[in-house]
Design a protein around this ligand. Structure first.
Ligand SMILES: [Zn+2]
Ligand SMILES: [Zn+2]
Length: 359
């Protein structure tokens, strides 16, 4: 099969012929139908996070089950599935208390022993246990959720990471309350999803902050009641004005230290800042200590605090009811061969989401 191989940071991915092993145990093979191009992949390509190559990036995908290992019971060939990087073991302490998204014992085949993917005789890592910039994915049963066949697979793919991350940050991690005020820093795929989550929760004021006007226009279309262009305005001051003293909830959806600090500055006493983006490795976030006396809270969010096998079908229902708008988030579709250009477009802020589509 064809796959886009990541070799090292700052290098182009190359399209190669890769061998995929037969599924063992709880594994299955999914023929990739669509894969979103998510910012987290770019963090590795741009060297903000480290991973040794060769590896297949891509972690926001939907497809069709092709074959299953002998122990798989949840899906069968022909089923449509969304893949999720929140793979869980179901046995560790975090799993047993219901925090499967924080599982520390992810059941992924070790690429150094009998690798699942082989290229030029070498094992190939699957990023996040998925590796969706490829025609097929070798996955664990606990990395997929079966979905109804009338759900379009391009839109389903977005639910695989960005949508679940953003909507879940609002609905699950922060538990946004009806009538509240919300500010979302960053109006890319995750930020637009957080905005939609806040709208679905019934927030009364939703402020989108970005530096690119066409992204702010999409944010207003998808539910932001106000938008702030941070290239010309002081975003924190503007949020303080619009909310009369700070937002109830703030979300960092880019992965920048300075925006995490602005989230903190933009919330009211007792408010909650939620950091969703991937802040580069080695960077610290600094906040003024005395403000803890005002009961301000800051927290992280991992993949929208998901229980993805439960949440993703809910998000599909939201889509079918018109509550969660995904068509507007797909800026462009492209074949796998254009993956480098699509990563560039994301880096340059041209798109909410590019989706790679497969025949
Ligand atoms: Zn992602
Ligand atoms: Zn676990």
């Amino acid at each position: 099969m064809k796959a886009a191989i990541y070799h090292a940071a700052h290098e182009q991915l190359s399209i190669e012929d890769v061998e995929i092993d037969e599924p063992q145990g709880f594994e299955l093979i999914v023929r990739t139908a669509a894969s979103g191009v998510c910012h987290s992949d770019l963090h590795f390509v741009d060297g903000f996070y480290f991973m040794p190559g060769p590896a297949v990036l891509g972690h926001e995908a939907a497809g069709v089950v092709e074959s299953v290992g002998p122990l798989v019971t949840e899906v069968k060939p022909g089923d449509h599935v969304i893949a999720c990087l929140s793979i869980y073991c179901g046995k560790c302490e975090r799993c047993l208390v219901g925090e499967t998204h924080l599982c520390g014992n992810k059941p992924v085949r070790d690429p150094d022993s009998n690798p699942g993917l082989l290229w030029e005789g070498k094992g190939v890592r699957q990023f996040a246990g998925l590796g969706s910039y490829a025609e097929k994915m070798l996955l664990h049963e606990n990395a997929v959720v079966k979905i109804e066949k009338d759900m379009p697979l391009q839109q389903a793919a977005l639910i695989g990471c960005g949508v679940t991350t953003g909507v879940g940050a609002a609905l699950k991690t922060a538990n946004v309350q009806a009538g509240s005020t919300v500010v979302v820093f960053g109006a890319g795929g995750v930020g637009l999803s957080a905005i939609q989550g806040a709208r679905i929760a019934g927030a009364r004021t939703i402020i989108a902050v970005d530096r690119i006007e066409h992204k702010l226009a999409t944010a207003r279309e998808l539910g932001a009641t106000h938008s702030v262009d941070a290239s010309t305005e002081d975003a924190v001051q503007k949020v303080q004005e619009l909310t009369g003293g700070g937002a109830d909830y703030a979300f960092e959806c880019v992965g920048l230290k300075v925006l995490a600090e602005q989230c903190w500055a933009a919330i009211r006493p007792g408010g909650t800042a939620t950091v969703v983006g991937m802040i580069p490795q080695g960077e610290m976030v600094e906040i003024p200590g005395p403000e803890f006396l005002r009961e301000k809270k800051i927290q992280g969010s991992s993949m929208g605090s998901n229980h993805f096998k439960v949440d993703m079908p809910v998000y599909i229902d939201f889509y079918k009811r018109g509550l969660l708008r995904l068509d507007e988030m797909i800026t462009q579709t492209a074949p796998l061969s254009e993956v480098n250009d699509r990563l560039r477009a994301m880096r340059d802020g041209e798109v909410a989401r590019s989706v790679l589509v497969f025949d």
